[in-house]
Design a protein. Structure first.
Length: 419
């Protein structure tokens, strides 16, 4: 018997699903240790009951425990869902989050269902540190509300995911502070949405993705992150690019190594392009930009989890852990496939828009004149291998975002304007 099990009775360790929550309540501060004991004993039934509970601390510990049990090959029972009649006399509240774009702009939807069955909802478009850009409030039937959320980014491949109401309100309240800090006016319509977005909690709730308990050891994260470049194929990340000036700088650095009128050696040019891409990745992903990226990835991970499941979400977690470990001397950003993928994808997109040729500006040539290097698309993308499919999807995703923004009278993000 393990040390964690020895502090609990056999009855506690072998608790059934319908007894699990009562045993955790009785355990008090030792609840997490009781969950560890269930994991050690292979009591998947009790761990699952804790994972489905509304108690955040229990839920997080239990979700970690479920991952351990799955890794051991323990069969996880199917959770039993009990339908409960709803009280039509009470208002109900719900909130959703739309995965962010490359700039970190998110859509937060908060709605209340009236006793008659209709919803009053507000759609807020905001970015941490910048504020709330637009707020729209209206009344909807249940089907109309779903349709409105589906049309946020038509064809994007993902939809808003449910988040706790208090967290959504706190997130918007935090964005509102940016208006005071930056001395910028709040958008029209915010007062109309007051009954939906207020009151905000005094303490910022834990991010809902952190409550999922999806954690990895450093060794597992490093191994899983080796293929992190594939994350750019997910619709949540497909339209994430570096800023266009950063890509222009990369191409100019390559151009400095070329001579006007001299045909470059293709192998040497591909090697130079690869080297300059790595240098651009290290320049671009500064500590502040990596911090912003991690925040955006955590928001996006909620959508990945809802759409693709835990394995895909763990791949996002692995990439996030490796981004946290990046440094300027040791573990530079360019060593992580996910970060290199931003520039690889951008170059693939530029080449695809220009018939497969990547135009590189050379100092000394007249403005607007640049060689196509190389003519063979396969050679042109030697440093962007594996990014083509993501770039094609990104073109579609960016077009969908721009179409949605134009339909709603909204200016596309800065990234969309640049590209």
């Amino acid at each position: 018997m393990s040390k964690s099990q020895s502090t609990f009775s056999d009855q506690q360790v072998s608790a059934k699903a319908d007894q699990a929550l009562a045993e955790l309540s009785a355990a008090g501060d030792a609840a997490a240790q009781l969950i560890d004991a269930w994991v050690a004993a292979g009591n998947a039934e009790a761990v699952l009951a804790a994972a489905d509970s509304s108690q955040g601390t229990w839920r997080k510990s239990a979700r970690r425990g479920l991952n351990v049990l799955k890794a051991r090959g323990v069969s996880i029972p199917v959770a039993k869902r009990v339908a409960r009649p709803t009280k039509q006399s009470a208002r109900t509240w719900e909130a959703w989050l739309m995965s962010p774009d490359a700039t970190g702009t998110v859509a937060i939807i908060i709605a209340t269902r009236e006793p008659a069955g209709r919803y009053k909802a507000c759609f807020s478009f905001a970015r941490d540190g910048a504020g709330i850009f637009r707020v729209e409030t209206g009344e909807f039937s249940a089907s109309a509300l779903r349709e409105a959320m589906d049309k946020l980014i038509p064809g994007a491949g993902y939809k808003p995911v449910k988040v706790p109401l208090e967290w959504a309100r706190a997130r918007l309240a935090n964005c509102r502070t940016a208006h005071r800090t930056n001395s910028t006016p709040e958008p029209l319509g915010l007062k109309r949405a007051a009954e939906l977005i207020e009151p905000a909690p005094s303490d910022t709730p834990t991010h809902p993705f952190d409550e999922e308990g999806l954690e990895l050891s450093a060794e597992d994260a490093r191994e899983l992150a080796e293929s992190s470049g594939d994350l750019h194929r997910l619709p949540e990340f497909r339209a994430w690019f570096p800023t266009k000036p950063a890509v222009d700088e990369l191409l100019m650095e390559v151009g400095k190594t070329l001579s006007p009128g001299v045909e470059p050696d293709q192998d040497k040019l591909n090697q130079t392009l690869e080297t300059k891409l790595l240098e651009a990745t290290d320049r671009y992903f500064s500590p502040q930009r990596r911090e912003d990226l991690l925040r955006n990835m955590k928001d996006a991970a909620l959508s990945v989890l809802a759409r693709e499941g835990e394995q895909a979400a763990l791949e996002v977690v692995a990439a996030m852990r490796m981004i946290e470990a990046r440094g300027l001397i040791t573990d530079p950003p360019s060593e992580l496939a996910f970060l290199r993928g931003f520039f690889q994808k951008a170059l693939s997109l530029l080449a695809a828009r220009d018939g497969g040729a990547l135009r590189i500006p050379i100092p000394g040539l007249p403005l607007g004149v640049s060689p196509e290097a190389p003519e063979n698309p396969a050679e042109a993308q030697a440093s962007t291998e594996g990014a083509e499919a993501a770039a094609e999807g990104a073109e579609e995703a960016k077009s969908a975002e721009a179409t949605s923004a134009a339909a709603e009278g909204e200016t596309p993000s800065a990234i969309d304007n640049e590209w």
